[in-house]
Design a protein around this ligand. Structure first.
Ligand SMILES: [Zn+2]
Ligand SMILES: [Zn+2]
Length: 214
């Protein structure tokens, strides 16, 4: 485990924000929070993360509180931006390059109407179909990539998706594909392209539309 206090997402959870008006969570419950993503390639790009420091979401996919939080955001994302896809870079060690710059588990919620499937299957990686609840048993200790198209369906009922079990770490896989379809494939790296203004807009829009579920 990394020393306490050095993980940016743990800092967000404890209320100390690096990007003041962006990092403040949009929504949250006892176990998870939602924030606007830094480095968003499209507006609306959000992250769901466990409050607890974990390396991947694999053991969380079946937990009701994850579904509750996602379902409270999906109607807003769909209404404001259109069809939504989700993906995760499931890491398994601190500092793995598979995780996109943070070791803290997170799920990307991205309103992007164009499918990545052709590019994913054309990438040379092997993909298997599975439901999110099957990721933990299928991956064991391995790192993985998971992708699912929710479209305009605002429910989170153990979605079916596509899983790649990594043979070697891979950085920012899905970002590269989305960058290619949006601002250009050399712009995929969020470190050189943090797109702060897009994140700021996302947070403002989502906070203004969000109604906490009782
Ligand atoms: Zn953390
Ligand atoms: Zn990520």
């Amino acid at each position: 485990m990394i020393p306490q206090g050095t993980c940016r997402f743990c800092q967000i959870n404890s209320g100390s924000y690096k990007y003041l008006d962006i990092d403040e969570p949009i929504a949250g419950n006892d176990d998870f929070i939602a924030v606007a993503s830094i480095g968003a390639l499209v507006e609306g790009w959000s992250l769901i993360m466990p409050r607890k420091h974990q390396l991947s979401m694999r053991n969380y996919y079946s937990t009701p509180l994850l579904g509750n939080l996602i379902e409270s955001l999906l109607p807003i994302l769909v209404q404001q931006y259109g069809p939504v896809m989700v993906f995760e870079h499931g890491a398994n060690t601190e500092g793995s390059i598979t995780s996109c710059g943070t070791d803290h588990a997170h799920l990307h919620l991205v309103p992007f109407g164009e499918s990545l499937l052709l590019d994913m299957y054309g990438s040379g990686l092997n993909w298997i179909r599975c439901r999110s609840s099957e990721i933990a048993s299928l991956t064991g200790e391995s790192e993985y990539l998971f992708y699912s198209e929710l479209g305009t369906d605002c429910k989170w009922i153990d979605p079916a998706g596509h899983l790649h079990i990594l043979e070697r770490p891979f950085s920012q896989f899905f970002r590269r594909l989305i960058a290619k379809k949006t601002i250009g494939d050399n712009m995929f790296d969020y470190k050189s392209n943090p797109n702060i203004e897009v994140s700021r807009k996302t947070r403002r829009a989502l906070v203004s539309m969000y109604t906490p579920t009782p």
